[in-house]
Design a protein around this ligand. Structure first.
Ligand code: F3S
Length: 425
């Protein structure tokens, strides 16, 4: 790798042994991917994927402590993924015991470390850090050192920032060094599409289902999506951004997509159009039948597939303000139609703390509470990681949660029906 004089000096220990080790880590990581140089991280803030004080993460805590003790903290303040615990989310005595004694017993200690390292503020725990209310929103062309897959794909695709799908810990290393290796999605060539996806559905495709179909087909490649602007329009308004948030998270978790382009909508597609498509790009046509096929391919891994759902999680990735409001309206209408006052399955909507604070200022907040819905800032995946929770029949419209846990996927309409009228099961 070709290094500048400043980078060489850092590597040689001019700024201390610990920073030299950080540089060494970043360089080795880049060499594995054939990077020829390091480029500066240019975003105002960083984002860390490791937000949870899981007991078995002692090596991470040790590493963080070494950085803190050596005074080697990031120049950038950062947000972090959601907290794993919230006392408001339903759990029984045993589940609670496992959470607090065996799983996340080091949460407070770890949050202390994050503060010492440069956490933006006490509330900066969310995977949707790019939302306006949270304030960690990179600009077009910004180079990032993030790892959270749902945030990386959003930043690349919707905001036009540049970030690889890094792993946890590498995210903070790049931020501390101030440099990341230049390869993959940091390069113009790496951002070109090797798939053309043609949307030919008769109605607006379900975001999480469409993302899943595309992710499973293109895996880590970049898709150029045609025909979605027909349903989303040509402006990145709140509704389009919310859709793309959920869609992107599904592409990133059901496959390994780090960037997609939507014709006439996302920034690079608007700017460069079909010049983004590589020669010989493969074509994937998605119609109603293809989405149905994908939906029916999901395995149901509940012990009893006919069990009545015990919990519903919505908001993975975290919900936007627009989503919380529109779901309040939809629930209100569906409950009235069903003749019910409250949801019939315990339901948790998750959102960034800063979005919840804004939501609480609106009349929707009290209405949602009256309907029995709990609004929380946790990560549903961290909840489901508790083996006792993993055994419960949980439903969700998140394809990321379906992929990584035992939660069962339903479309938004099906979820609405289940939580207002009672289950299909
Ligand atoms: Fe966010 Fe946790 Fe889902 S980090 S994307 S809520 S798995």
């Amino acid at each position: 790798m070709i290094l500048t004089d400043e980078q060489k000096a850092m590597l040689d220990g001019a700024q201390g042994e610990t920073l030299a080790k950080v540089m060494q880590t970043v360089i080795r990581y880049g060499e594995l991917f054939g990077a020829e140089r390091l480029v500066p991280v240019t975003s105002k803030y960083n984002h860390l994927v490791t937000s949870f004080g899981l007991k078995m993460m002692t090596p991470v805590f040790d590493l963080m402590q070494q950085l803190i003790d050596a005074g080697v903290t990031s120049q950038q303040k950062f947000s972090a993924d959601p907290r794993p615990l919230d006392k408001n989310v339903p759990k029984n005595f045993l589940q609670n015991l496992v959470f607090n004694k065996f799983m996340y017993s080091t949460q407070d200690f770890y949050e202390g470390q994050l503060k010492s390292l440069g956490l933006m503020d006490d509330n900066a725990f969310t995977c949707a850090c790019y939302m306006d209310e949270v304030g960690n929103k990179p600009g077009k062309g910004d180079v990032l050192s993030w790892a959270e897959s749902s945030a990386v794909v959003y930043a690349n695709s919707v905001l036009g920032a540049r970030c690889n799908r890094n792993s946890g810990i590498i995210d903070i290393m790049g931020s501390i060094a101030g440099y990341v290796p230049e390869f993959g999605l940091l390069t113009d060539e790496g951002r070109r599409a090797s798939w053309i996806v043609e949307i030919k559905t008769t109605k607006k495709p379900e975001a999480q289902l469409l993302g899943s179909a595309i992710g499973m087909k293109v895996m880590k490649d970049v898709p150029y999506i045609k025909g979605l602007d027909k349903w989303l329009g040509e402006e990145l308004d709140d509704a389009a951004c919310t859709y793309l948030k959920d869609f992107g998270a599904a592409t990133a978790s059901n496959g390994a997509v780090g960037l997609y382009h939507v014709e006439n909508l996302t920034p690079e597609a608007k700017e460069l159009g079909e010049r983004l498509i590589r020669e010989g790009a493969k074509v994937y046509v998605i119609d109603d039948a293809e989405l149905q096929r994908v939906y029916e391919s999901y395995p149901v891994i509940w012990k009893n597939p006919d069990a009545k759902p015990k919990l519903c999680f919505m908001g993975c990735p975290h919900m936007s303000l627009e989503q919380l409001k529109s779901w309040t309206e939809r629930l209100d209408a569906a409950l009235a139609e069903a003749g019910n006052k409250k949801v019939v399955i315990p339901t948790v909507f998750t959102a960034p703390p800063a979005v919840i604070a804004e939501f609480d200022k609106t009349e929707y907040s009290a209405k949602l509470k009256e309907m029995g819905v709990i609004v929380s800032y946790i990560c549903p995946l961290m909840y489901m990681n508790n083996p006792l929770c993993g055994k419960m029949p949980v439903i969700t419209s998140s394809n990321k949660l379906r992929t990584y846990t035992t939660a069962r996927y339903y479309t938004d309409d099906e979820i609405l029906e289940q939580i207002t009228k009672g289950g299909k099961n």
